[in-house]
Write a protein that binds this ligand. Sequence first.
Ligand code: PHE
Length: 452
Amino acid sequence: MENQETNARGTWGSKIAFIFAAAGSAIGLGNIWRFPTQVSQNGGAVFVLVYIIAVALIGLTVMLAELTIGRHAQKNPVGAIEHIKPRSPWKLFGYLGVITGVCILSFYSVAAGWAVGYMVKTASGAFRGEVTGQMTDRIFTEFSADPLQVILLLAIIVGLTTFIISRGVKKGIERWTKILMPILFVLIIFLAIRALTLPGAGKGLVFYLKPDFSKFSGTVVLFALGQAFFSLSLGMGTMITYGSYISKSDNLVSSAGWVTFSDTLIAILAGMIIFPTLAFSGQPGDVGGVGLIYKIFPIIFSQIPGGYIFGTLFFALISVAALTSTISLLEVPVAYLVDEKNWSRTKAALGIGTLAFVLGVPSALSSGGTQIFTKLRIFYWFDFIFGNISLAVGALLICVFVGYVWGVKKALQEVFSGNPRFKLKPFWVFSLKFLSPIAIIIILIFIKTIAG
Ligand code: PHE
């Protein structure tokens, strides 16, 4: 009896720890920066609607599939696939994940560097007094076009990520996220309430929440699906890696559910801040580009007494949220090199960190820093190819691998451990074998037609 009780407590503790770590990976710039940007560029509410459907039907399915592989094999993505299907070309999925991880890390760190830069800017009083859309637009344009500054900020983010991963100080990070993430959540709720009570907020809400179906298109579906994978950290093996730490007695389904729910909630709330504030500043919903949030948040802070303190704290917390995601991006290639190629952790982290930095420089210089990279839209293409396409291909491979290669029966056995009833079983099996792969294939074919 005594024993059982300790056991149950221990398991509960580790489940919460897992949810925090996985939510730390999922919640980041994807929710606060990329989601509002995509909404504004892809028709507003119609994108939000498709996004929520994509998360519920496909994202959740893939999340559970990745966690199931991870817990079953207890390994990094390449090792996990090798464990389940030895000496097969499915290993290629692992390599795809490793490459995608490095490439997402490169441009993601650029955007994370902006958050750090804005923390300093806000603290030093750049946004005191009357803050208008024109002013924030000018400040962001100048800021992101300063080559030395953006490269330095990129180096700071990649450097910190490399340091944390090489030291393996995950425990410390976990402790910090447990404190900082709830603070970020409370701050976001507070800012959303303030934004919703601004004059003109209603117009922003209409753009954000009232679908205009004339804006519906295949492109909207493509970007919404890509965003779902990006935001949930799916399609490159992150959740396989994190799943490998879950205990056999934990309920994978509810863990997947919690991570998905909290990630989606934060994204939706971020939009509740951005679009009302955008409308308040008198601009239409589809302005802004990649700098959208950096142009809008300073406006809302200026509407709160002592706002620049809030602003500084907010950008600091976003930087932390971004770091818990960059850590998970770097962890996939590093775990691969350590497990499969016998590299030391430090060497792997330094090597991949340096590579991500070098790859990130063109992205950093493509918001005005140099003409050539700006014209080539390097940042945009890295984001599109690795943040959308690669993850979608990876998610498709996961569905086919679990649904057909490993087999639903064996996968289900793993899910049943910790959740013997699994009420969603018929839906999961259907989505894994048919709905998700077919939807992803149709969308990938569609890209060819828009690109060609
Ligand atoms: N999900 C993270 C975010 O939203 C980004 C990420 C993508 C992390 C893919 C890991 C893997 O910020």
